[in-house]
Design a protein around this ligand. Structure first.
Ligand SMILES: [Fe+2]
Length: 217
């Protein structure tokens, strides 16, 4: 009797589920341990950044997608189509997936030959590129992201974007994103954003960045 009741309840749950509320954007696990990037980024920073902030954007996104026509769409499509709170949470989730993926405790320290040539052409040198991104990060007022991005022809540019801004909205492919929200560095660096950004370069995996350049659209 009890078994029949369970089966009945289960069938009812399955048949009354709303497809819009069934959409799940799974939290991507870090491709390394929480403490693996220390001392550049501490375990505490990574736990807060990944488990609270990034996962929080995804959780809020799912709430906002209930009854939205964008429910079920790939995350990138939502970033491109949404505005307001839906855009903010979708873009922050997407931005953070790029951010965590491009860091490594054993980074490849040089770009591919193709990307290195483009960096030399457009910035003069890798050092000059890093200096320009550091400057953009220091100069960005409030929260946001500094991006290295490529257009279809392979030209490179730096974009300093407020809040959840992302160069895909301009038709550019993001290659490398520096998160300058305080939550990205405040535990380890307090108000010293410039120090946090300068230190980040030692854990940037240029192989991942180069793959993004090779796959640009
Ligand atoms: Fe962040």
């Amino acid at each position: 009797m009890l078994m029949i009741l369970f089966i009945t309840l289960f069938v009812r749950m399955m048949t009354t589920a709303d497809p819009a509320t069934d959409v799940r954007y799974a939290v991507r696990e870090l491709p390394y341990g929480y403490g693996a990037l220390a001392p550049v980024l501490s375990e505490e920073t990574m736990r807060f950044h990944h488990d609270k902030h990034y996962a929080g954007y995804l959780a809020r996104l799912e709430e906002l997608l209930i009854d939205s026509p964008l429910a079920g769409q790939p995350l990138e499509d939502i970033v491109l189509a949404a505005d307001g709170a839906l855009f903010n949470n979708a873009a922050q989730a997407w931005n953070h997936e790029l951010y965590f993926e491009q860091l490594s405790p054993q980074p490849v320290r040089a770009p591919s030959a193709e990307l290195a040539a483009a960096i030399e052409r457009d910035f003069g040198s890798l050092d000059a590129l890093c200096t320009q991104m550091n400057r953009a990060a220091a100069g960005l007022f409030g929260s946001g992201w500094v991006w290295l991005a490529a257009d279809r022809e392979g030209r490179l540019a730096i974009f300093a974007e407020a809040n959840a801004g992302n160069p895909i909205l301009r038709g550019w492919t993001p290659l490398l994103g520096i998160d300058v929200w305080e939550h990205a560095y405040y535990i380890d660096y307090r108000n010293r954003r410039a120090d946090a950004v300068a230190a980040l370069w030692s854990v940037v995996d240029w192989q991942t960045v180069s793959h993004r350049y090779a796959r640009r659209r």
